[in-house]
Design a protein around this ligand. Structure first.
Ligand code: GBH
Length: 448
């Protein structure tokens, strides 16, 4: 092995999410999602941007798959729009919507690209939100029913399934701070939504054991939390921030209980749950997905909801366009921590990438050297974790395409491929060419 070579069979790919790229959100009988409603509510997204057109991937998916092949991609992590398949969220199946994912998966396989399917990347059917959404305990069954429709259609062709993408963001953004759909700001609702997300995850894993033959897991966002100083107040706030973001979902899944700090974080808003819920949540999973972007440096601040601490990058930290500190070592540390805390199961980096200010296209190129550097340092960090004995099986860069960055609209670009949103022209950036070299050499040549 050269210095940075990756294990044989390491899976290289890219990731996207349905509402961020597909466009045509109501086409072919699809039911509206909470993101359709939220993005069309004045003031909710930068410039009033919506996913109405996005990358027009719903119609251009075949060209996008061809592009992936040209870049040498071996895998593609996509998500399913729940309301395309079940317009009411539950009950009636919309064959046309299901047909889109059926064709997408076939096209990927024809091009030698392994599909990784995420069942929930934030676009809850509006019809279900109207019935309480993640606050309604019935959602565990709704989600398992929807998941079963997908398993029956795609399992075997799809060998790696993820139930949820980043439950922490769903609740912190959607129910506590309101920056994401459905836009609530309610301390009491937040742990309820979290708990039903976990129950829904468990119910979908349970259904998979009855219907599926391959592997199922969950995708979480983790940020190592470091105290801003030695002040005991900062250290205590850091512990709460770590429990809230990093352990709130994985502890129940692996240990059948929430971290002790949760009561402190939510105070009287923290509910008690029946014991049988934990049995459902604690289904064995086959793999774990990590979305890694940055670390958190926590400064105690009693006014900062809900952990009593805010993120304060140290002086001199280099920030990306979203204000997130560059901290590649945190990726190694997180992978090592996941193995140490939750056991030696296959790990995938299911997202990693950066919003950067890209120079304009010149001579058919986008010279995003800063993103090349980001990828090089973060891939080396993954490699360090592998050398330390962590079973990391693959890496999916976020994102294949510039796309709708949720409430930030099209103002922040994470793509390794530039998208001209007027013409829908795709232009691979220098980072895409760099990544293609990494893949071609299985890490070795391009990273050594
Ligand atoms: C992912 O979430 C999403 O899965 C994806 O859809 C999205 O497009 C992508 O990231 C880019 O945003 O402000 O310094 O305290 C990202 C999860 C959680 C990462 C919050 C940054 C805050 C860092 N994010 N975290 S800071």
């Amino acid at each position: 092995m050269t210095r940075r070579e990756f294990p044989k069979g390491f899976l290289w790919g890219s990731a996207t999410a349905a509402y961020q790229i597909e466009g045509s959100p109501l086409a072919d009988g699809a039911g509206a999602s909470i993101w359709q409603r939220f993005s069309h509510t004045p003031g909710k997204t930068v410039n009033g941007d919506t996913g109405d057109i996005a990358c027009d991937h719903y119609r251009r998916y075949a060209d996008d798959v061809k592009l992936m092949r040209e870049l040498g991609m071996q895998a593609y992590r996509f998500s399913v729009g729940w309301g395309r398949v079940l317009p009411d969220g539950n009950g009636r199946v919309n064959e046309k919507g299901l047909g889109f994912y059926d064709r997408l998966v076939d096209t990927l396989l024809e091009n030698g690209i392994e599909p990784l399917c995420t069942l929930y990347h934030w676009d809850l059917p509006e019809a279900l939100d109207n019935r309480g959404g993640w606050l309604n305990p019935d959602i565990a069954n709704w989600f398992a029913d929807y998941a079963s429709v997908m398993y029956r259609k795609l399992d075997g062709r799809v060998k790696k399934w993820a139930t949820l993408n980043e439950p922490w963001v769903v609740t912190d953004g959607g129910y506590l701070h309101g920056a994401l759909a459905p836009g609530h700001e309610n301390l009491f609702e937040t742990p309820i939504a979290s708990h039903h997300l976990l129950r829904a995850h468990g119910a979908a894993v349970k259904a998979y054991r009855a219907e599926g033959k391959n592997q199922i897991g969950i995708v979480v966002n983790i940020e190592p939390k470091h105290p801003a100083s030695d002040d005991p107040a900062d250290i205590a706030a850091t512990k709460r921030a770590d429990a809230y973001m990093n352990r709130q979902y994985l502890d129940p899944i692996f240990f059948g209980r929430y971290p002790g700090e949760m009561k402190e974080v939510f105070g009287e808003a923290w509910p008690e749950w029946p014991a049988e819920d934990y049995a459902l949540i604690q289904q064995k999973i086959d793999w774990l997905g990590l979305n890694y972007y940055t670390r958190g440096v926590t400064k105690a601040d009693p006014k900062a909801w809900p952990v009593g601490g805010r993120n304060e990058p140290p002086k001199g930290a280099v920030l990306t366009e979203t204000g997130w500190e560059l901290f590649p070592k945190g990726l190694t540390d997180t992978l090592v921590w996941m193995k140490e805390r939750y056991g030696d199961l296959p790990l995938y980096v299911t997202e990693n990438g950066a919003a950067m200010k890209d120079p304009p296209i010149a001579g058919g190129r986008v010279q995003d050297q800063h993103r090349v550097d980001y990828l090089r340092t973060h891939l080396s960090a993954v490699n360090d974790a592998i050398k330390a004995g962590v079973d990391v099986r693959g890496y999916m860069v976020w994102s294949l395409l510039d796309n709708l960055e949720w409430s930030l609209g099209y103002s922040k670009t994470f793509g390794i491929v530039h998208v001209d949103f007027k013409t829908q022209q795709r232009t691979p950036k220098d980072s895409a060419r760099f990544y293609a070299e990494v893949i071609a050499s299985n890490g070795g040549a391009a990273l050594a």
